[in-house]
Design a protein. Sequence first.
Length: 192
Amino acid sequence: MNFVLDKLVNHAETNLELSKFEAAKLRFMFESIFMNVVEFIVIAIFFAFLGRFTGFLIAVAVLVSVRSFSGGFHLKKFRYCFVLTSAIFVLGVLILPDISSTGILIEVLLLASVVLTAILAPVSRRNSAHTSKNNLIIKVVSVAIVLAHCIWILIIRNDPYASIATWMIFIQGVQLVIGRVMLQREKAAIVN
């Protein structure tokens, strides 16, 4: 992998006249994309083996659409990220959907998810570089995406995929809480 990444980054650095800092950022981006693709493939194979591939794809679509705007927290090491991501999908696709067969639980989880997103989104280390107006726009888009999912879920309420989508949105809300706490701790550590 390093050989391919080195070639890509060297080619971009030479042809695009990137600074060393820009080349390092580009390398990090390529590594992240590669690791996410590997992570996706391995987890997808696991769910395909269990016969739950469609549920996994629903979970991925919901999580990516919401997380892209609302943010969350990130782990620095691939192995920790892989374990956490795997656990999230196992919970959201295999374990928790069996719990939420009642309509009232789905509604409570969706309401909690909308509230958490409205209060906490966006959660990102880059927030300090964003303006208040940009953060407000990102928050509004995040809430709109969650609300769109909620409407879809309530329309197909009895479909098993509604339960998966509900839990993935709720898990993302929990990730926002964890991400916000981690950001506050980082800021406190910097001040001290």
